[in-house]
Design a protein around this ligand. Structure first.
Ligand SMILES: Cc1cc2nc3c(=O)[nH]c(=O)nc-3n(C[C@H](O)[C@H](O)[C@H](O)COP(=O)(O)OP(=O)(O)OC[C@H]3O[C@@H](n4cnc5c(N)ncnc54)[C@H](O)[C@@H]3O)c2cc1C
Length: 402
């Protein structure tokens, strides 16, 4: 390992590896290093399907080492401090590494501490989540052994990663309850902190029809704020139409919890963080070029970036080539020229075999890849989600080919 690299990539998740694979084809791989302690890599979109027992969660897991591009150094340590004025980072082994250019791809952190009681309650007494790999099996067991009662599915304030997943698992749970014969003695509620079931009107309309068809009750402006696991009670902060808030306790027999999400602590405490506005607390980058607003030799990709998109792997597939092109522009003393349009996609699974493929960019602009009505549930989009996208991810995106 060296003490200086031309390009330092922080994080070897979807964003870090996608950028590394592309960059290693343009520069000498020896000039690039990736910093990440994680030995395993996960294709997280499969966790929704595994939580419902459609496929084993192990299908989402690979060894990180198999995806580090050949010749690129992999520093298996955590970044603990940024010093962008000196083009330097520090790791948990007190190693200091300097760089000419840096790509921050550290993802986000699940802020479980913002729901008091949740961490202690997880995995027992009907409290589950598909947002943690080690909870995915338990979610499947809880859904399949549910004997009826009240099932709550929660959605925190955005931004979160894959804002569709909290309701996808609910639709799959509804199907499981029908198959196990308990649906007629179960009430399902979707309690969302938001004002609507989905942020883009055309998809919100289609999803409203889905919840009506499935007899699911929608509770808007209901933000989960604590859980009493022993007594199976959840407290929500409810905002009424006049903007007044009150706290409301709901009893549950099963609750699927999605926590609020924040940037990793090391980013939050650094000079790289956005200090004001809608993107406060996330990596401060230009929403089109993905270049840092203060440090032009720094770029961001993926969930950590403070851009008004929807945080998904699909967004990263579009961001990675933009970051690489702009990085090369800047290396050649050119202004960054490639522009990200905010593209993101969410394959909204409404039951096994049916998906609404929501694709959109900044300001809710629809960006469909296929010439068909995007708000319709389709079997073809299920095939895309279940079979084609995982292949595209492992063999295309992480190899810098797609
Ligand atoms: C349940 C679920 C369902 C989803 N469904 C979809 C979907 O259907 N479609 C879709 O496109 N997306 C989906 N996503 C979202 C998608 O998985 C993420 O948006 C994507 O993985 C984010 O990639 P990233 O590189 O930004 O972060 P990650 O892939 O999370 O990687 C971050 C990396 O940074 C490393 N790291 C963190 N802190 C440090 C540190 N201090 N030092 C060094 N390394 C560090 C971590 O170890 C990790 O490897 C889903 C996610 C979940 C959880």
């Amino acid at each position: 390992m060296k003490a200086h690299y031309k390009v330092l990539i922080l994080g070897a998740g979807s964003g870090g590896l996608s950028v590394a694979a592309r960059l290693a084809k343009k520069l000498s791989p020896k000039e690039i290093a990736i910093v990440d302690p994680a030995k395993k890599h996960y294709y997280q979109p499969l966790w929704t399907l595994s939580g419902a027992g459609v496929l084993p969660k192990q299908e989402s897991e690979r060894n990180q080492v198999d995806f580090i591009p050949q010749g690129v150094d992999w520093i298996q340590e955590s970044v603990t401090r940024f010093n962008p004025q000196e083009n330097e980072i520090e790791t948990d082994s007190a190693r200091k590494i300097t760089y000419d250019f840096m790509v921050v791809a550290l993802g986000l952190r699940l802020a479980w501490e913002k729901i008091p009681g949740a961490t202690e309650a997880l995995g027992k007494n009907g409290v589950c989540t598909i947002y943690e790999y080690d909870q995915v099996d338990k979610t499947e067991q809880m859904l399949k052994s549910f004997s009826g009662g009240t099932a709550l599915f929660t959605m925190p304030p955005v931004p979160i990663k894959c804002a569709g997943a909290p309701q996808k698992i609910m639709y799959l749970a509804d199907e499981i309850f029908r198959n196990t014969g308990v649906r007629n003695k179960t009430k399902i509620f979707f309690a969302t902190a938001g004002k609507a079931i989905f942020g883009i009107p055309v998809f919100a309309e289609a999803l409203t029809k889905v919840v009506q068809r499935k007899n699911i009750e929608l509770l808007t402006q209901h933000q989960l704020i604590s859980i009493d696991g022993a007594n199976k009670k959840a407290t929500f902060r409810v905002t009424d139409s006049a903007g007044n808030t009150s706290d409301q306790e709901l009893n549950y027999d099963l609750i699927h919890v999605v926590p609020p999400m924040v940037a990793p602590k090391v980013v939050l405490e650094s000079a790289l963080v956005e200090k004001e506005g809608d993107q406060k607390g996330w990596l401060s980058v230009d929403k089109f070029t993905l270049q840092h607003k203060l440090f032009p030799n720094v770029f961001g990709v993926g969930d950590v970036t403070g851009v008004p998109n929807s945080k998904t792997g699909a967004a990263i597939r579009k961001q990675a080539p933009i970051v690489v092109d702009n990085l090369l522009n800047v290396m050649n003393q050119q202004p960054p020229q490639a522009k990200y349009d905010g593209y993101s996609s969410c394959p909204l699974v409404t039951e096994v075999g049916k998906v609404i493929l929501a694709e959109f960019g900044y300001d809710g602009k629809l960006l469909p890849s296929f010439p068909v009505n995007p708000a319709k549930e389709r079997r073809s989009m299920w095939i895309l989600k279940r079979y084609l996208l995982p292949k595209l991810y492992w063999h295309g995106m992480l190899r810098g080919r797609a």
